[in-house]
Ligand binder design. Structure first.
Ligand SMILES: Cc1cc2nc3c(=O)[nH]c(=O)nc-3n(C[C@H](O)[C@H](O)[C@H](O)COP(=O)(O)O)c2cc1C
Length: 201
């Protein structure tokens, strides 16, 4: 596989620490689209993640067709409603309130959805795909772009009808759906608790 020039070579450098601390889950985007070359660069950054036994078990789907994203959002909301039906926990109630809000779009009108799929069922396939996802999101941040993981969409993406429509072979499982776009303004940080140290001997 050819390796694209690094962001340093293209002038889009940001330190790894800056990207870690400046990445946000972005849910408001401008109408500007992210071109295919940038998306290729982000996928290239993704596949440089560590990978158990050097298996590289990942594959990508890029969805930018607006009508398709709208239908997938509706399908994802339906899956979420079915899963939360009859569950009266605060979490399920919050999720239902969110997906039932008028006009709620699970992809927040982002121009691109990148789905990372894992091949087969190895013990570390999921871990590899999430590591690739984080690389992709940090690389996007370093280039001034916004991303957000959309866990709500995982179940719908794995429905046989969506795999058939997107022509995803059966052995691939959708693991990490990530929206991508140009942020429409700054996103405030979500605070974190300090690390809980369970042992240090
Ligand atoms: C596995 C996973 C699933 C997520 N699913 C969603 C989602 O469906 N919709 C959404 O708006 N944000 C989703 N998020 C984003 C989280 O809400 C976000 O990471 C968290 O609130 C912390 O904010 P930050 O990423 O800006 O630091 C998801 C994040 C992860 C890691």
């Amino acid at each position: 596989m050819t390796t694209l020039p690094s962001p340093t070579e293209t002038g889009a450098a940001m330190s790894a620490m800056d990207a870690v601390y400046q990445r946000r889950s972005v849910r408001h985007f401008t109408a500007k689209t992210v071109g295919p070359e940038v998306i290729r660069r982000l996928m290239d950054a993704a596949v440089h993640a560590p990978t158990a036994m050097h298996q590289e078990p990942w594959g990508f789907a890029i969805i930018e067709d607006r009508a398709l994203l709208d239908r997938l959002s509706e399908s994802a909301k339906e899956c979420v409603r079915k899963e939360a039906a009859g569950d009266h926990s605060p979490h399920a109630t919050h999720v239902l309130d969110l997906v039932n809000k008028t006009g709620f779009h699970v992809f927040y009108d982002a121009g691109s959805l990148i789905v990372i799929y894992g091949k087969s069922q190895g013990s570390f396939v999921t871990a590899d795909c999430w590591l690739a996802a984080e690389n992709l999101m940090l690389a996007a941040c370093a280039q001034g772009l916004g991303t957000c993981v959309i866990g709500f969409a995982v179940e719908a993406l794995n429905l046989p009808e969506w795999k058939a429509e997107l022509k995803i072979p059966e052995e691939w499982t959708a693991i990490a759906p990530i929206i991508l776009g140009v942020p429409a303004g700054a996103t405030p940080p979500v605070p974190r608790k300090p690390p809980q140290i369970l042992a240090w001997r």
